[in-house]
Design a protein around this ligand. Sequence first.
Ligand code: ZN
Length: 222
Amino acid sequence: MHRPSKISASILSADFTRLGEQIQAAEKYGTDWIHIDVMDGHFVPNITMGPFIVEAARRATSLPLDLHLMIERPEKFLKEFAQAGAYNITIHTEASPNLYRSLESIHDLGCRASVAINPGTPVEAVLPVLPLVDMVLVMTVNPGYSGQKFIPAMLNKVRQIRTWVEINNLDVDIQVDGGIDAETLPLAQAAGANVYAIASAIYKHPEGIATGLRTLRKLLKN
Ligand code: ZN
């Protein structure tokens, strides 16, 4: 099944003194989604944004908001994030003891439901929920900070998930997140990814957001 390519601009590297403008710039120069990395200081060693920022982002753009919850017990906060304006909610296999139920709750709240795996988690962890999810997110760095180096071995996970998705004729996107730039995007694309969460290569591009996004979009095959 053909899945269109999408860029999800991660505001983790944006300038928060002017977040609205930074989101609107990514929209103007061609991002498909806005990726919001929610971290709680427990599941990952950093604290970032909560529903308040999601709600502010909602007011800044009409683009789909792609939430990546790197928090323990995400099931406690699903309703809040859905009400704040999420289009997609991604939760980690490692963070949710009742993964299947939590994913069903996300659908019940009217959002796309997706699952993520950390670099140290075997790819098989996503298998039981594959028929249920809209997207699998493969972490290509250890979650916590933007600007980290891409781990090439994670491409094997992308290939394996793409194979499972095709064999079973499932309607599932594969997102990569961490260290994605003009060099690594083509590798992830060749492995079978079709959604790219990108922070630094957009928001910290030396020639600005427009050039960063234009460079990345040129690499997309469809
Ligand atoms: Zn993310």
